[in-house]
Ligand binder design. Structure first.
Ligand code: ARG
Length: 620
């Protein structure tokens, strides 16, 4: 747990950990530093929390674990926090179960019920750069980019929510020979009168990109090898350019790259058009998905172009890089393959640019952490680049003693229902834009079916919210590094751990307050929390976990933890709402307490969904 987010008093895990640590110190002075291992109970009937400390402790000291548990209990002073703990609370091999007193639980929850929901910004907020989106010029976006956008945005929002200064960086693939190839092709087509630059679309570009690839590499041998060894999309693109044959086209492309580098006006104009067409579509998709990536976040590979020569010279001068068969490499500890920073023909690589990016992000933008939300298949690339950057000192802030943290938050592939990479029936990549249109059409059908009385004008925006929630949640709720199966039917379902279910849970909570208002009932923000019913306790215990779940997302960069939590919260709320009348509760104190539970649930749901980048409609 990072010191930036020192948990506040109300967190029962923290409070109980302190009490247990004290008891362990008293009972076993030889193992004074043992972890109290407090976790929420697996099963409510055993209690609220359990300590699992006795087992490892007993093993270490060579004593019987149940006896160790008894000794801890003998020293345990929980004061008025919990019901008295006795040897009868030892379960199985030595778990110690305990149950908080209702007043304690109510007081803890009351302490969390602040405007920040118990998550206050750290005194000294860290700066975090999040690398997300990373589209490539002249190529249609497909579901692979979806993950970088959606996960990157959720990670960025989570860190912002925890109080970090987040800088989003869209590392657009807008430079290098492949881009020069398509630029050259577009220019040729335009000059031959076969293309209007003004009316250029991303579909045109997608086609021209492929034509340019073919034109420059008709034999495809190197390409075949790169594919065989699965060297990754970037390496493949780079090799695609190296394949011999079609020397003329290749020579033209190389000349175009030189003109681009020297800022030749006409070439730059064509390149800029290609960049604008690609970026406009990309940013429109981000907007539609409520992904906070805008023009200001673009820091494409081209923005590092002028830094590469001096950077490589610096690496040579300081003997960080060395010659190898005419190429320039940096050896990285614990990584078998070195980081290649200059090819033998003098060209720079994807990795060279990433080294420059790390240097700018850490030394200019002041990043304490740089997080890459990029396909897991680029893992070797990041190991090489991270290791090289650390060796070169580029990952260390000026004046800092240690380097900043460089983290690859890699993600798995999106699969079709046949569990193969998600493709159209004809084997093409599924275009992201088309996917979003289809999701919205399907959502509209679902909304119309579920709620036929809803006025037409409201249905559209709600369908849009639902489609976005469905797509994003399906992506986020899966373990980030794993592949997941894209299924419209499943993600649009209102039941189970889905986006629409969670939006619906929030809408239900909100409707309680609409009904309350109709009946003239007002909630009391400071009402005493009376937690007598099991369902009330369960809900309270779930609510109390929110800050620690969010902190865990910030540390592990795993948004699915927040998804699972919100799903549990929605389920706890549903259990509470079924078992405990709210508006019709007879005792006004009970009604006020329950309304406060509802309000808090609504706020946590809304906060959590917003942190994931999900829409939060008022009605559905
Ligand atoms: N454009 C790259 C690709 O499509 C992703 C960029 C990821 N970010 C980075 N700093 N390398 O593979």
């Amino acid at each position: 747990m990072s010191e930036h987010h020192a948990p506040k008093q109300f967190d029962p895990v923290v409070i109980l950990s302190e009490r247990f640590a004290r008891a362990i110190r008293a009972a076993f002075p030889d193992a004074a530093a043992a972890d109290p291992m407090i976790t929420p109970s697996r099963r409510a009937e055993f209690g609220d929390f359990q300590s699992n400390a006795a087992m490892p402790l007993a093993k270490k000291l060579g004593v019987n674990p149940r006896e160790a548990a008894a000794k801890i209990i003998a020293e345990l002073d929980l004061g008025d926090l919990a019901e008295p703990v006795s040897d009868a609370d030892i379960a199985g091999p030595g778990f110690i179960n305990l149950r908080l007193k209702p007043q304690t639980l109510g007081a803890m929850l009351g302490a969390m019920d602040t405007p920040s929901l118990g998550i206050d910004p750290p005194a000294d907020p860290p700066t975090v750069v999040v690398d997300l989106c990373g589209v490539n010029l002249a190529k249609q976006m497909h579901v692979g980019h979806l993950r970088s956008m959606v996960i990157g945005d959720a990670v960025a929002r989570s860190l912002e929510r925890l109080g970090a200064k987040v800088v989003r960086q869209n590392h657009v693939g807008d430079w290098g020979l492949p881009i020069a190839m398509v630029t050259s092709r577009v220019r040729g087509e335009a000059e031959a009168g076969r293309l209007e630059l003004d009316g250029l679309t991303l579909d045109d570009l997608d086609r021209l990109y492929r034509e340019a690839q073919l034109e420059c590499s008709p034999d495809g041998r190197g390409l075949a090898a790169a594919r065989k060894w699965d060297m990754g999309p970037k390496a493949i693109a780079e090799l695609e350019a190296q394949v011999s044959g079609s020397e003329e086209a290749l020579a033209r492309a190389k000349a175009t790259l030189l003109s681009l580098q020297s800022g030749d006006a006409e070439t730059v104009r064509v390149w800029r058009t290609i960049a604008d067409v690609t970026l406009n579509e990309c940013l429109a998709i981000c907007k539609r998905l409520r992904v906070l990536v805008d023009e200001e976040h673009s820091a494409g590979e081209s923005s590092y172009a002028d830094e590469l020569s001096p950077l490589v010279q610096d690496l040579i001068d300081r003997k960080v890089a060395e010659e190898d068969h005419g190429a320039l490499i940096i050896r990285v500890r614990d990584v078998t393959q070195p980081c290649l920073v200059r090819k033998s023909d003098g060209g720079f690589l994807y990795a060279t640019t990433d080294l420059a990016a790390i240097r700018r992000r850490v030394q200019k933008l002041g990043a304490d952490r740089v997080i890459y939300c990029v396909d897991a298949r680029q893992s070797l690339h990041f190991q090489q680049v991270f290791g090289a950057a650390i060796r070169a000192g580029y990952a260390t802030k000026p004046g800092a003693h240690s380097h900043s943290s460089l983290e690859h938050a890699g993600f798995g592939m999106v699969l079709g229902e046949d569990h193969r990479p998600f493709k159209t029936r004809s084997g093409e990549n599924v275009k992201l834009a088309a996917l979003l249109v289809e999701a919205e059409e399907r959502a509209l059908r679902v909304v119309t079916e579920k709620n036929p009385d809803l006025p037409e004008t409201e249905r559209g925006p709600i369908a849009s919210d639902i489609s976005v929630a469905a797509i994003k949640y399906a992506d986020l709720s899966n373990d980030r590094v794993k592949d997941y199966v894209f299924s419209f039917d499943r993600m649009l379902s209102f039941e189970g751990n889905t986006g629409p279910y969670l939006l619906y849970a929030l809408v239900r909570v909100r409707s309680i307050f609409r009904k309350a208002a109709e009946r003239g009932i007002e909630g009391e923000p400071g009402a005493e929390l009376l937690l007598r019913e099991p369902a009330e306790r369960t809900l309270a215990l779930t609510l109390l976990r929110y800050p620690s779940v969010l902190r865990a997302v910030g540390e592990t960069l795993e948004p699915h933890r927040l998804c699972n939590y919100l799903y549990e919260l929605a389920s706890s709320f549903s259990g509470f709402f079924d078992a405990c009348p709210v508006l019709i509760a007879e005792d006004p104190a009970v009604r006020a307490s329950r309304l406060r539970l509802c309000a808090l649930t609504g706020r946590v749901l809304e906060d959590g969904l917003t942190t994931l980048g999900m829409p939060t409609p008022q009605r559905m």
